[in-house]
Ligand binder design. Sequence first.
Ligand code: LLP
Length: 440
Amino acid sequence: MGQGVLSPAFSRRDGELTCRGVSLEGLAERFGTPLYVYDAQGIAERIQAFHHAFRGVEFLLAYSVKANGNLAILNRIGATGAGADIVSEGELERALRAGIPASRIVFAGVGKTAAEMARALEAGIHAFHVESEEELDLLEEVARARGVQAPVGIRVNPDVESPTPHHYTATGHAASKFGIPVSRAMELYRSGADRPHLRFVGIDVHIGSQIVEVEPYLAALETVLVMVDELRDAGVPLEYLDLGGGFGVGYRGEAGLPLDRLAAVVTKRLRERGLRLILEPGRSIVGEAGVLLTRVLYRKESGGKRFVITDAGMTELLRPSHYGGWHRIVPVIQNADAGAPEVAVDVVGPVCESGDFLALDRPLPLPERGDLLAVGTAGAYGFSMASNYNARRRPAEVLVENSRPLLIRRREEVDDLIRGEVIPPLPTVAAALHSGDPTP
Ligand code: LLP
């Protein structure tokens, strides 16, 4: 097998792209397209890389479920001893059903409801990461009503600028909706002495997503460490520091965030204080382990542009259209005329929106109708952001494990599309007249 094409797991054999030796063309024929294919070994190796980098400190990897919440993926991640970072009751149920113990789950998000808090308390999660004062008050009320103590970490807004590729994924600056400013957070921690139904156990910060530089993390770290030290002196000792997720990956094949450089500082600073570390990586665990397979339906030229129309688009992979996200696209079978000149094409989907594309002005060897393309680094925020817009059925997902392809989610059927919808009986003429509706 040759060198990795999209990541080490996806390499060519006789010109054909495989996942650990499993033919991607074969998977597309068997399971149909569009199709997500994930590499189990790659996911496990990324988790090991985190454990290795942060081996010098007591460490919980709380995988960020939003990146890819398939039950099988969560199950395999949980089996390594990892926990989960969740933002909704739905993600809580996913994590629990996949076998991740509640004691390893942290719950972030700016809009938790009382019902979600009650369910998470009942399950016995590790901690709530509270993002506003009003949320803290409600959590206290919910815990009091149940006669329990809620474990809490405040999500602090450290006011750092984080260099993310799109402003939608920056969260660490003061004007973002996330977290609580430092001085207010300090007051809330200090109020803990009078709040028997809250137990302040940790502190949390998450500065954004797809960050490849270490410095913004270190700036945020220093901010929260000053808080931790002041709180300890004020008699509010914290047990853990959660530095969030956001560790960038190489969409163009480059290296992602250098974990070892981050770990060297973080490990030292936390050990000095006897603090446990939690990290919430999502993309950096599953991103490079996934591809989206899509077939070329048609080609056409118009207005001086060349379009390649594929059976996947914004409904399967929203990132290009929503964030200008760039994903590599390669042919699964290299044409006999490999080395054919590349032409700039717009790779567009079937959805009725001009914003529906996988790539714009992308140099590619012009594919034929029916050719299979692989879209790289699609394991994170791919399926999890897929939608049913245009009444499209969400794709199937396959996990390649020990060189065996396992169907971990079947393609949706029409019944899935309309589940829960109700057609009420047409109003009778009499009822319509009674209600004064002139158009029975
Ligand atoms: N922790 C918290 C509190 C988060 O909000 C997020 C991501 C993570 C952890 C995980 O971040 P990661 O390690 O995956 O970068 N849909 C966007 C990314 C949105 C990230 C939202 N929060 C994208 O496709 O780029």
